[in-house]
Design a protein around this ligand. Structure first.
Ligand code: SF4
Ligand code: ZN
Length: 297
């Protein structure tokens, strides 16, 4: 198999485009696509100071690698932040890798833990792990971003993640989350960006491997989103037979969105306690902290 763009041996067949790619051209096409996505959604402006949420997994490690490579071209500053939720046997490994990667790339790195900030670890909870974990991860990122003065938060979400969430909310008939995946009633600050939005998980893995990044196989012991896994498997099955289906789900969602935003009737205001966006008087994070007695009013 010869590369469609040069005489080198191809290492990847991109089914939806019909192109065969050598290592050099795979990396070039991948990076160009991410740069185009950044431009198309106006994710990044010159002089942005960006917090990169680095878990140490393949997506966020690849994102940090990419943003570091292009930081001068984009005219941005980056700083990596890793959150230790307190999940023993799992998070320890990814944190260790996050440390070695930021050292190798010479990127400033901050590690913050749930324990230090909120006084508890995910391991100490009973059930509802992912609810707590997601809410507090978001909360900590906002806190740190304010403390270190970054105006954007970049996460490693890829095309597969986005399409899974679109279908998940569709299937669950959650119109509120379906709309708010993209449309925010108030401008969030710091703004969230997903530069890998239009590259598939498979291509992120290959990008990581080709650039000598580690692809950790471990999974969080608490992961329990069964429906999401079923959806992921289902999408991959149809993508296999009908390449390009992930893009077409994403495009359909984007076409539909302007026509349905009026269906989102929920309120958004600021949390009375911390100032984060909230749909009631206090935000979900503060509400949960009160519930587990970590925050006294
Ligand atoms: Fe947190 Fe759930 Fe993800 Fe584990 S699977 S890291 S508990 S959100
Ligand atoms: Zn709050």
């Amino acid at each position: 198999m010869i590369c469609s763009y040069c005489a080198n041996k191809a290492i990847y067949f991109q089914r939806y485009s019909g192109k065969k790619l050598c290592k050099k051209h795979f990396i070039e096409k991948f990076e160009n696509k991410v740069l185009r996505t950044i431009k198309k959604y106006r994710m990044i402006n010159r002089n942005d100071k960006i917090l990169v949420a680095l878990s140490g997994g393949k997506d966020s490690s690849s994102l940090l690698y990419f943003l570091n490579k292009y930081k001068d071209l984009l005219g941005i500053d980056i700083i990596a932040v890793t959150i230790d939720e307190g999940i023993r046997g799992y998070r320890d490994k990814t944190i260790k890798y996050a440390k070695s990667l930021t050292k190798r790339l010479n990127v400033e790195h901050i590690i913050v833990s749930f324990k230090d900030r909120f006084g508890f670890e995910i391991d100490e909870l009973h059930g509802n792990y992912c609810d707590f974990c997601g809410v507090f991860r978001r909360k900590i990122l906002n806190m740190i971003s304010k403390e270190i003065n970054t105006n954007k938060i970049a996460t490693g979400h890829n095309l597969d993640d986005e399409v899974q969430v679109i279908l998940l909310n569709f299937i669950r008939s959650n119109i509120h989350n379906f709309i708010r995946l993209r449309y925010k009633k108030v401008d969030l600050f710091p703004k969230r960006i997903k530069p890998f939005l239009e590259v598939s998980e498979k291509e992120v893995v290959l990008y990581a491997i080709l650039n000598g990044l580690k692809v950790l196989e471990d999974e969080c012991p608490y992961v329990n989103n069964v429906l999401r896994y079923k959806i992921a498997r289902f999408i991959n099955e149809i993508e296999d037979k009908d390449p390009g289906i992930k893009y077409s789900i994403l495009r359909m969602y984007e076409k539909l969105l302007p026509h349905i935003i009026h269906l989102d009737r929920g309120n958004v205001s600021k949390c009375k306690i911390c100032g984060d966006p909230a749909s009631r008087d206090i935000c979900k994070g503060c509400e949960l902290l009160i519930k587990i007695n970590k925050l006294k009013l």
